[in-house]
Design a protein around this ligand. Sequence first.
Ligand code: ADP
Ligand code: MG
Length: 214
Amino acid sequence: MKQLRHRYGGGAEISFPDWVLDAGGHALLVGPSGSGKTTLLSIVGGMLQPTSGQAIVAGQDLRQLSAGALDRFRGQTIGLVPQKLHLIASLTVAENLQLAQYLAHLPKNPQRIHEVLTRLGVAELAQRRPHQLSGGQSQRVAIARAVVNKPKLLLADEPTANLDDDAATAVIDLLEREAGEVGASLLIASHDGRVKSRIGHSFALQRQQAEETA
Ligand code: ADP
Ligand code: MG
C-alpha cells in the first residue's frame, strides 16, 4: 500500500502508513477506534476507492480494474469477515455460500460448500437461516463464506468483539487455520489486546486529528 489517503465527504482526511503484507503472511491492523481500520480493510478489499494512493492486492493494482473486473476480483481473491457478518437473512446457510460463488462468477460447487461448512463444524446447519444460529455459529458461517472461494487475502474486521476469552481464541485459531488451508494472507483489524498477543506482525494506525462531531 502506497501513500493511501481517504476522505469521506466533508470529513477529515485519513492518511495511511505505507505497508506490505507478504503472500501467505498473517498480520494485525491495530489502532484506536476511528483511526481508519475498517476504512483500510474496505480499500484493500476493493469495496472503497481511496481518494488517492495505490493499493496493490495479490499483484493487482486495484485502480487498473474496470468495475466488472473489480467485482470478479473481489469475489475470487478477497474473503471478508465483516464486523456485522452480514449474512443474508432470507437465505439458508448453504445458499449464503452459494451466493458468494455466484457473485464471484464461479461455477456452482456444492461439494466445496459442504467441505468448508464441515471444516468449520457447521455442516449440520446448512439448511438453517441466519436467525436460527447462535452468535458463534453465525461467525463460523461468515468465516466459511469468506473462504469458500479460496481467496488470496482473508480480511476480518474486529472478529473478537463481544466474545469471551475462549471464543476469541477459537475464532483467531479458525481464521489462521483457514487462511493456511487455502494459502491466503490474513489481515485482522482489531483493537483487542487478546488478538495482539496472538499475531506478532502488526501495522498501526494513528488516532485521527479531527474526530467527527456528529
Ligand atoms: P475504525 O475501524 O478504526 O474504528 P473507521 O475506518 O470506521 O475506523 O473510521 C475512520 C474515520 O472515518 C472515523 O472518523 C469515521 O467516523 C469516519 N467514517 C467511517 N466511515 C464513514 C462513512 N461511511 N462516511 C463518513 N465518515 C466515515
Ligand atoms: Mg472499525
